[in-house]
Design a protein around this ligand. Structure first.
Ligand code: C5P
Length: 288
């Protein structure tokens, strides 16, 4: 069974407060993008779950979120079969693009069919959030969705189903630690307290007006990650010099994206950055 597993961007990410369980309540706008991994699932007769992946930084043991997703369903529903899971990685790891969460969600959705579990989306999302805060967004399979709570309260934005944005997306070679970014955010809270622009962005998108004024897109974590990982700031500065002032970090970073007017512009900027900046990765991607 071959499955596709797409990445996400956060067009906005506002941290509302810290919760008693040490997670943070968010108000975020997710966008599913065309950059994706492929996953091949094969049933095994024994009960083992084996991960096959040659990409650097992807665990091949029980730390892998695909492994955890399969084990969760195996245990919960007494499944006696095992799985070979091959992951063909394109999504940069630990970059704020939700790659691991997306892979886990894809496995949950596929096994729900393969093992005839008949679980609803909301049940799968509730199981998925135990693996990662971004898993529920990918369970709902929507191009745009608002996420609240820890990320588990998902509202698919059906009114945006005709909106297709193009982006230039750039990632540094470094891996960003999400727990470290949140810890620093807590230590320096007060550093940024932006009002939530999520509603305004959604209404602008609905009116097909995606080239926002600089400053509308925002991410509460961006100043913290920029301080911890200066390379992310260098990407932002470069995009600004190319006239792309309206750029933003996704999730806890270090991926940075900008909304551009067309596919041609996205491809042109990606080509140029690939030539000039060998240590970064650059992609032309769209809503999917
Ligand atoms: O859920 P996930 O594994 O993606 O979270 C990684 C880390 O990010 C958590 O351990 C927590 O420190 C932080 N986090 C948070 N609030 C969220 C999501 C993540 O504090 N809503």
């Amino acid at each position: 069974m071959l499955i596709h597993s797409f990445a996400k961007l956060n067009l906005a990410l506002a941290i509302i407060n810290k919760r008693p369980d040490n997670y943070h309540n968010l108000n975020t706008l997710f966008e599913r993008i065309s950059l994706g991994d492929k996953i091949i699932l094969k049933t095994r007769r024994d009960k083992l779950i084996k991960i096959h992946c040659s990409a650097q930084g992807v665990p091949r043991d029980k730390a892998n979120l695909c492994w955890q997703a399969a084990r969760l369903l195996q245990d919960k529903f007494g499944i006696e079969k095992g799985l070979d899971i091959k992951i063909i990685k394109r999504i940069p790891v630990a970059a704020g693009l939700g790659g691991g969460s997306s892979n886990a969600a894809s496995v949950l959705l596929a096994l729900n069919k393969l093992w005839k579990l008949k679980l609803s989306k909301s049940r799968l999302a509730a199981l998925g959030v135990q693996l990662g805060s971004d898993v529920p967004f990918f369970i709902y399979n929507a191009p745009f969705a608002q996420g609240q709570g820890r990320g588990e309260k998902i509202r698919p934005l059906d009114k945006l189903h005709k909106v297709k944005l193009w982006h230039i997306l750039v990632t540094p070679k470094i891996h960003v630690s999400t727990p470290l970014v949140y810890k620093e955010f807590d230590a320096f809270s007060g550093l940024t307290k932006p009002a939530s622009n999520v509603k305004i962005i959604i209404s602008k998108l609905a009116k097909k007006n995606p080239l926002f004024k600089p400053g509308l897109l925002f991410n509460s974590l961006e100043p913290v990650t920029l301080k911890l990982y200066p390379e992310v700031g260098r990407i932002k500065a470069k995009l600004k010099r190319l006239g792309l002032r309206n750029n933003l970090m996704s999730g806890s970073g270090g991926a940075v994206f900008a909304i551009v007017a067309s596919k041609e512009e996205a491809v042109r900027v990606a080509r140029r950055l690939k030539k000039e900046q060998a240590t970064w990765r650059a992609f032309a991607v769209s809503t999917i």
